[in-house]
Design a binder for this molecule. Structure first.
Ligand SMILES: Cc1cc2nc3c(=O)[nH]c(=O)nc-3n(C[C@H](O)[C@H](O)[C@H](O)COP(=O)(O)OP(=O)(O)OC[C@H]3O[C@@H](n4cnc5c(N)ncnc54)[C@H](O)[C@@H]3O)c2cc1C
Length: 427
């Protein structure tokens, strides 16, 4: 079988890349060891769409991608059956010193992201039931300081266009269906076991069942398994940015009375919260220093079930912010894996093996960018395969909706670590 491109991984990233390359006329084969699109870390995603990142490229990407989610069926350009739904609920980014307003508001202004600055009084009025106390730094719930009186109050920055995607796995499947409509082939239960090279150029991918897929280009979109795929390809030595799998839990519980209409990013207490489409509430963590990070060697060995310890910490912090929340006594939620880089910024790039590209290190914050990441990789691949040196003269991406240009060296494997990153999932 001959193909132009093999994409490894049919998560939301691999599916987006396949769709974009297929619609540009490439013959694409996607291989995934799981049974369907979006069955990897994508399936656990909270799928929050927000715009605050520490770099101009990060804010621009998220803002451009949001237009894709807002008009998802039109964006895909094909009837894909039931489409994932974007719920535009807005998000309140509570004040916190590690991500001060002045770090991202100039970027919002430059990109054109609408926002409102709220005082503590406005925050209380706009999100009924919220406690506007300032509790920094986040503490463990068994620390007696956790229940200490508030030291002042906080306000928030509100962006009305933020929201969440109703079903992240369905979004990946929609992208896969749209890619198929352009001729892409998806092979499931297909584990990559070997990557062949000849004279420093990738030439084929071999599957565990012995199938050999000759190709000119390979894209590693294997999510938390991407480090392993790089090892198979023998790339990584020139990366200045490392990535590692990190276990994460998201708690699910009933929403407070009246629901949570607006999502909340609460680095002050160490959580983020959003409602869902069925009267529930999702509560994730923002890596507060007081909590040990659960780095893992092998994403396949993930304990899928949420633990009582993490669940209790997340819901208790949420209940500090929303005192009307009743803390359930049984842990409910999901566990998933982030592929975290040293600066919580992804790597979308070529490598020192010609024809071998990566879309990895998505650091728990790139689901939102899936509508544009296919375009990023297509731009880098076309630029490089035409003979340009993306390391020296980086490819650029121009947003279809905003017309804004992104210098894709912002996501280089060889970048200096992104200055001013929050050191958390917020990027
Ligand atoms: C708990 C959690 C919450 C999150 N919340 C948000 C959020 O609110 N907002 C946001 O923007 N982002 C969020 N993210 C991040 C976002 O979901 C991920 O960045 C994104 O889904 C990664 O997609 P992917 O396609 O790169 O990886 P994956 O979905 O993991 O896909 C990789 C695929 O590669 C396949 N694979 C691996 N090894 C092989 C092999 N050897 N052979 C063949 N196939 C292989 C796997 O089976 C898998 O399907 C969250 C992530 C998690 C885990």
């Amino acid at each position: 079988m001959a193909t132009d491109v093999v994409v490894i991984g049919a998560g939301v990233m691999g599916a987006s890349i396949a769709w974009e390359l297929a619609r540009r006329g490439r013959r694409v084969t996607v291989v995934d060891k799981a049974g369907g699109a979006g069955h990897g870390s994508t399936s656990a995603s909270s799928a929050v769409v927000r715009f605050n990142f520490s770099t101009l490229a990060g804010v621009t990407a998220a803002w451009e991608a949001q237009f894709g989610w807002r008009s998802w069926p039109e964006h895909l350009g094909h009837d894909v059956g039931e489409p994932a739904r974007f719920v535009r609920c807005g998000i309140a980014l509570l004040d916190v010193d590690i991500m001060p307003r002045q770090a991202f508001l100039p970027l919002f202004a430059k990109v054109g992201v609408p926002f409102e600055e709220w005082s503590d009084t406005q925050l209380r009025e706009r999100i009924p039931g919220i406690d506007v106390g300032r509790y920094w730094p986040p503490k463990r719930i068994d620390d007696e300081g956790f229940w200490r009186e508030t030291e002042g109050t906080l306000g928030a920055v509100y962006t009305p266009d933020a929201g969440f995607v109703s079903d992240p796995q369905l979004a990946a499947q929609n992208l896969a269906d749209a890619a198929r409509a352009h001729g892409a082939e998806f092979r499931f239960h297909a584990t990559v076991s070997h990557i062949e090279r000849t004279n420093d150029r990738v030439t084929a991918v071999t599957l565990a069942d012995g199938t050999r897929l000759p190709c000119a280009v390979v894209v590693n979109a294997a999510g938390p398994w991407s480090g392993r795929i790089n090892e198979l390809a023998g790339v990584g030595a020139d990366f200045t940015v490392r990535s590692r799998p990190l276990r994460q839990e998201v708690a699910h519980m009933p929403a407070p009375p009246g629901g949570l209409g607006i999502a909340v990013a609460d680095l002050d207490l160490g959580t983020y919260l959003r409602g869902d489409t069925g009267g529930g509430l999702l509560i994730g963590g923002t890596e507060p220093d007081c909590d040990p990070l659960q780095w893992i060697e092998d994403p396949d060995a993930l304990t899928q079930h949420p633990t009582m310890a993490v669940f209790e910490a997340q819901v208790t912090r949420a209940a500090r912010r929303f005192p009307e929340l009743t803390i359930p006594n049984r842990a409910r939620g999901v566990a998933g894996v982030y592929d975290v880089t040293d600066d919580w910024t992804p790597v979308y790039d070529r490598t020192d093996l010609d024809g071998f590209y990566v879309a990895m290190g998505t650091s728990g914050n790139q689901f939102k960018n899936a509508p544009v990441v296919g375009g990023f990789l297509a731009a880098i691949i076309e630029h490089t395969e035409r003979g340009a040196d993306h390391d020296e003269r980086p490819a650029r991406y121009v947003g279809e909706h905003t017309g804004l240009e992104i210098d894709l060296s912002a996501f280089s494997r060889k970048r200096p670590l992104t200055a001013g990153n929050s050191g958390t999932v917020l990027g």
